[in-house]
Each structure stands twice: as C-alpha cells, then as structure tokens.
Ligand binder design. Structure first.
Ligand SMILES: Nc1ncnc2c1ncn2[C@@H]1O[C@H](COP(=O)(O)OP(=O)(O)O)[C@@H](O)[C@H]1O
Ligand SMILES: [Mg+2]
Length: 386
C-alpha cells in the first residue's frame, strides 16, 4: 500500500515499536526506529529523506512535544503523527497546535487506525506540497509577466519617441521638395514639355501624400506619449462644420458625390477647434474616399441629451461587424479600399478616437455591410472639469 515510504517510529516502548514496524513493513514501508526525542532528531538528521515520523509523547531524555517543537524550529518539513492514550487528548491537541499533523490512540484498534492515519496524513501532505508548488509557479509566472509588461511599456515609449523624431526629421526635407516642385510649376520659371509637367505633378502629389502620412505618424506619437496639448475654448460647432465641409466640395465633385447637411441650432460648447477640425476632416475624407461615384453624403449636427452629436453618413460599401471592432485601432486598413486612388494609412480613425477621448466624448460607427456607414462623435456640453 505504501511502497518504500520511509517512516521513523519514535517510542521508548519496545513492544509498540515492534508492532508498528511489523504492520508498516507488511504494507511496504521502510521503518526506522528511535528510543526518544534526541535519538529521533539524530536519526532524522542522518536520514533527511524520511517521509513521516510517528512519535510517542511521554519519553525519557526528550518528550514528543519537544521533538515536534525542535523539528519545526529547524524547518523540518516532515509530517508527524503522535501516539497517545485516551486520557491525554489535551496533550494530543497541544501537539497538533505545535505542528503535529495527526494523533493516534494507542489501543487495540491501532492495527487499522495506523494505516488510515498514515494514508490521510501523507495524502494531505502531498496535496499541500503540490499546492505550494503551484503557488510558487504562479508567483513566478506573474512576476515574469509583470516584467515583460514593463518592458513592453518601455519599448512602446521608445517606439513613440522614434516615430516622432523620424516623422519630424523627414518632414523638413519633404516640405522642401514640395516647395520646389511648386516653384517649378510656376510658368515664370520657364516652360516645360507635357512629360516634364506630368512627372512634376507626380512628385508633387506623392510628396503631399507622404507629408500627410508623416503628420498622422507625428500625431500618433504625440497623442500616445500623452503630449497632446488641447486648447479648450467655447466654440461654435456649426460654423466649424460649415467651414470644413466647404473644403471637401472639390474632392466630392470629382467623384460626383453630393454633400447634404442638416444642422440643428445647438449651443456653443467647449472644445479644441483645431483638433475637432481634424476629426471632421478625417470622417469627411473617409466618406468621400470609400464611396462610389454618384453617391450622397449626409452630415448632421444635433443635441442628444447633454451631448452634441456630429454624424457623417455615406452610401459606400459599409463595414462588416468584424471590421468594426478593429476600426479605431492603428494601421487598420480594412476591406473597404479607396475608390478614386486616394492614399490610405489606417491611422485616421485611431487619431479620431484619441482626440474624442481627450474631449471625454464617444466615437461610434453604425453600419451594415453593403448599406453605407455612419460615423459619429459626441462631445459633452459640460466639460468644465477637464
Ligand atoms: N466611411 C467608411 N466606409 C467604409 N470603410 C471605411 C470608412 N471609413 C473607414 N473605413 C475603413 O477603415 C479603415 C481605416 O480608416 P482610417 O483609420 O481613416 O484609415 P485610412 O483612411 O488611412 O485608410 C479604412 O482603410 C477603411 O477600410
Ligand atoms: Mg482615413
């Protein structure tokens, strides 16, 4: 039953030692014996692989309680069963209080009770050990996770810094290229043939696309590193919408897209004019970029409870539910692709969300695939506590 379980029996009574040894050996245990507490301590020191100690309480030299105390003081992690007589129950309980694991009555049933007790104590001990190992493992995994998390945070900070520096430093020379291509386009600079004009136009268009990308990257870097500075002022959202939409008439007309607006009278509220303009521009650009020719875009402004809501609805391809969950993440170019050769970086909506978040607002999308998309944002009317 207990193959090779090493047990130390400590008792000054040779008869008890002999009986216990016989029972336990017949169950496959390897039994060692000791005369009293001091002898027991020595035997345990010589055989630290002992799995269990069964000890009497009253013994010469050193009694059972002192043996338990001494073993526990030495951090000996071995289960102990004590032997006791019926009249000593309080002694037995005291022993358990000091670190014994079970007690066993020295009576005529000991032949059976000893095996039950050994099995119970060993099982409990092994479970405890397993538990401790699992806990230790968990603790280690936790601290590893914490460490790698910290490393990721550090790396992300570095990434943002790098992104910011790279975007900023590339922007300068690129502005130079755009400026010079504009200069070259000026007829005062002399005439060019068709092909030269065509190439110059390409340089100009591509460079402009790159500047837009760099600006987006710079924004991501600035916003992510918490350096987004917002200037909150009482502003008129309707005026801002009118002003921004005008800028998109030309791009919309190129695709024969009509823009309809429906603006309710709403009070002036606190927001960062430049940043909210950026949000409107992003939503308008997307609506035009992903819509087919000859479609409509509806822009609305209204008050909803204590928030002001702006919506841009298009008749484009719409967005699947799966894509909707990724929409506001960085570098997400999803299934809808530009319909007129426009550029796409997948950063616009990530920036939109971050700006709206900084206004304690809500960014939303409603769409059914094949039936257009409605992007909206809401900003609270009362954001004094920003
Ligand atoms: N109005 C829209 N209709 C359909 N899909 C859209 C719309 N707006 C955005 N998307 C999808 O979401 C992706 C991410 O948009 P965005 O972050 O603005 O990046 P970008 O415009 O540079 O592609 C787009 O590439 C497109 O697939
Ligand atoms: Mg976009």
């Amino acid at each position: 039953m207990f193959n090779d379980l090493k047990i130390l029996v400590v008792d000054d009574d040779n008869f008890v030692k002999a009986i216990l040894t016989e029972i336990l050996e017949s169950e496959g245990c390897i039994v060692k014996t000791a005369e009293h507490g001091i002898d027991g301590l020595e035997k345990y020191a010589e055989n630290p692989d002992i799995d269990l100690i069964i000890s009497d309480m009253n013994m010469p030299e050193m009694d059972g309680l002192s043996l338990i105390k001494e073993l526990r003081a030495r951090q000996a992690d071995v289960p102990i069963i004590i032997l006791t007589v019926n009249t000593e129950i309080d002694v037995a309980l005291n022993a358990i209080r000091h670190g014994a694991n079970d007690y066993l009555l020295k009576d005529e049933n000991i032949q059976d009770t000893i095996l039950i007790s050994v099995e119970r104590v060993i099982e409990k001990y092994q479970l405890k050990k397993q538990n401790l190992m699992l806990m230790a493992d968990l603790e280690q995994k936790n601290s590893e996770l914490e460490k790698s998390n910290q490393e990721l945070i550090e790396l992300n900070i570095q990434k943002n810094k790098f992104l910011g520096i790279a975007a900023h430093d590339l922007r300068g020379p690129l502005s130079g290229i755009i400026g010079m291509s504009e200069l070259l386009m000026d007829p005062e600079f002399g005439t060019m043939n068709e092909e030269q004009i065509q190439y110059l136009n390409m340089i100009y268009t591509v460079s402009n696309g790159m500047i837009n990308l760099l600006d987006d990257l710079l924004d991501v870097s600035i916003i992510e590193s918490g350096r987004l500075e917002t200037v909150f002022e009482k502003n008129n959202l309707k005026n801002l919408l009118d002003e921004r939409i005008k800028l998109f008439r030309f791009a919309a007309e190129k695709k024969n897209i009509k823009i309809f607006s429906d603006f309710a009278q709403v009070p002036e509220i606190m927001f960062d004019n430049k940043r909210i303009a950026q949000v409107i521009d992003n939503l308008m650009t997307n609506a035009i970029k992903f819509s087919p020719q000859n479609s409509n875009i509806y822009v609305s402004l209204l008050q909803e409870n204590d928030m002001i809501k702006v919506s841009v609805r298009d008749q484009g391809p719409g967005i699947s539910e799966q894509d909707q969950s990724r929409l506001f993440g960085e570098f997400q170019k999803l299934s809808a692709r530009p319909t007129g050769g426009e550029t796409s970086t997948g950063l616009g909506l990530a920036i939109v969300k971050k700006i709206i978040d900084s206004h304690h607002g809500i960014s939303e999308v409603h769409s059914t695939i094949g039936q257009g998309a409605e992007f909206s944002f809401k900003i609270p009317m009362n954001i004094k506590n920003i």
